[in-house]
Design a binder for this molecule. Structure first.
Ligand SMILES: Cc1cc2nc3c(=O)[nH]c(=O)nc-3n(C[C@H](O)[C@H](O)[C@H](O)COP(=O)(O)O)c2cc1C
Ligand code: SF4
Length: 437
């Protein structure tokens, strides 16, 4: 069914028909009021069940502060009325940075972060009498950062990271020291006014790589306990020493091979026993908010962010609807096994103007309690406002999953929507094309 490889649905009914033909577990509901419901997280009330996922904009100043462009993005999100805004990957140390355009919260940049948080809350309170819940994603870019910090070797991943087999692996002592950077950054985040921090553990960045480090020796590799120790230690320390709420954006599976894959068994099949055990243990430690994701943009992007791409350059290896269903099912597995957890679902941007019906279906069926949007937020930062006020989306404003924003990020250009925010992002995209020639 070649048609299902690219988004081409003139009506919701036609989308539902293809979902049926492909026998996919993608729920629909036309009761989009479900997305407008308030929901409580850690004693704070969110105005609705819509979230903006962390999306790196590669527009920080050299020292890691939010720039004018970063402010523009977050103020557009604020005006867009989503109940939860999950700040993008923000480095916990200079060596953890993906590049010198990534946000980095430290004592020198603290005032600029605090100013931005304050501006967002003031604006939201003034216009809407309700501030969004703000989560800061604490990140270490691991093998995909400029410093290329790796937890294990793997032929395929090392090739992608352009390192050879003699490249040193981060030591246990260095990992021990790194925990302090997470605690320090969480303290600054609390003082800057964030409601929670996310100990980012996804997409095969450093903490995510540790979860699959079966072949690593020492305290942080081998069995389940060792592989999950770093994340659990950091969560414990932030809880005890900082007292800010902790959330986790977690790869439920990397969909990589055994023995380096997480959420994969010896037969190479998806196996959620360990991820579900970890989420249960995090919940016992007071982590009530889990943002579901999978795969890696560098290795298996069709799993991480279902996309049409550009027909000439990228043909998805599966109908993107299969990728959408995969992410929905992972959220469902987690939400149904720990019902008092707040699961944030991912991967709906491909559905364009029809995503609210699937998001409502997910809420209705109990597959997730909050629905997050990534690329859609770049393209259409006020999607939530239109859902709340107009009960529908404008199809001329939706993301078309062309992944040009991801190309910008990969080429370290300021990143945003090349299609719907042309005035800012078309120029860097054209520059990138010229440089590639
Ligand atoms: C340009 C770009 C930047 C991203 N930055 C982050 C990030 O900082 N942290 C993160 O966890 N995920 C990041 N993601 C992944 C998204 O949050 C999201 O999981 C993915 O795009 C799928 O959701 P969607 O279909 O709504 O876009 C990024 C994705 C893109 C395309
Ligand atoms: S460039 Fe715009 S339309 Fe294309 S994937 Fe990114 S956000 Fe969507």
């Amino acid at each position: 069914m070649r048609d299902s490889y690219f988004f081409n649905f003139p009506s919701l009914e036609e989308l539902e028909n293809v979902v049926k033909e492909l026998k996919l577990d993608i729920p629909f509901s036309t009761n989009i009021d479900l997305l407008k419901e308030k929901i409580e997280i850690n004693g704070k009330s969110l105005n609705n069940r819509m979230a903006i996922h962390p999306m790196e904009g590669c527009d920080a100043t050299l020292n890691g502060s939010p720039s004018e462009l970063t402010e523009r993005r977050y103020m557009r999100y604020t005006k867009g009325l989503a109940g939860l805004i999950w700040f993008e990957a923000t480095a916990v140390s200079e060596s953890a940075r993906a590049n010198n355009q990534q946000l980095f919260l430290n004592t020198y940049t603290f005032d600029d972060f605090a100013k931005l948080v304050n501006m967002m809350k003031e604006k939201a309170l003034k216009d809407n009498k309700h501030a969004p819940y703000l989560v800061l994603q604490l990140a270490h870019s691991g093998r995909f950062g400029e410093n290329k910090v790796i937890a294990v070797h793997d032929e395929k991943l090392d090739k992608i990271s352009k390192i050879n087999f003699s490249y040193p692996v981060i030591t246990d002592k260095e990992l021990e020291e790194l925990k302090q950077s997470y605690v320090n950054t969480a303290k600054l985040a609390k003082n800057a006014g964030f409601d929670a921090v996310d100990v980012k553990s996804c997409h095969r960045y450093l903490l995510s790589e540790l979860l699959g480090a079966r072949i690593r020796e020492g305290e942080y590799g081998g069995d389940y306990e060792n592989r999950t120790k770093f994340l659990k230690d950091v969560v414990n320390r932030i809880k005890d020493e900082v007292g800010i709420e902790v959330a986790v954006r977690l790869n439920i599976s990397d969909f990589l091979h055994y023995p380096i894959g997480w959420g994969i068994n010896e037969q190479g099949e998806l196996d959620l026993a360990e991820p579900l055990k970890l989420i249960g243990e995090l919940k016992e430690r007071g982590v009530n908010l889990i943002n579901i994701t999978a795969g890696s943009p560098y290795i298996n992007p069709h799993i991480n962010r279902p996309a049409d791409g550009e027909s000439k350059k990228y043909t998805p290896p599966e109908p993107p609807l299969v990728g959408v269903e995969r992410l929905i099912k992972l959220a469902k597995e987690v939400q149904s096994s720990i019902t008092d957890l707040i699961v944030v679902g991912t991967g709906l941007s491909w559905l364009r103007e029809f995503f609210p019906y699937v998001a409502s279906g997910m809420v209705k069926k109990g597959y997730a309690k909050i629905i997050g949007l990534g690329r859609m937020a770049f393209a259409y930062p006020d999607f939530a406002k239109d859902i709340i006020e107009k009960n529908m989306l404008d199809k001329n404003k939706v993301c078309i999953t062309c992944v040009r924003c991801a190309e910008l990020k990969a080429h370290k250009k300021i990143t945003g929507c090349v299609i719907r925010d042309k005035d800012v992002y078309l120029k860097p995209y054209m520059e990138m094309i010229r440089e590639k020639k």
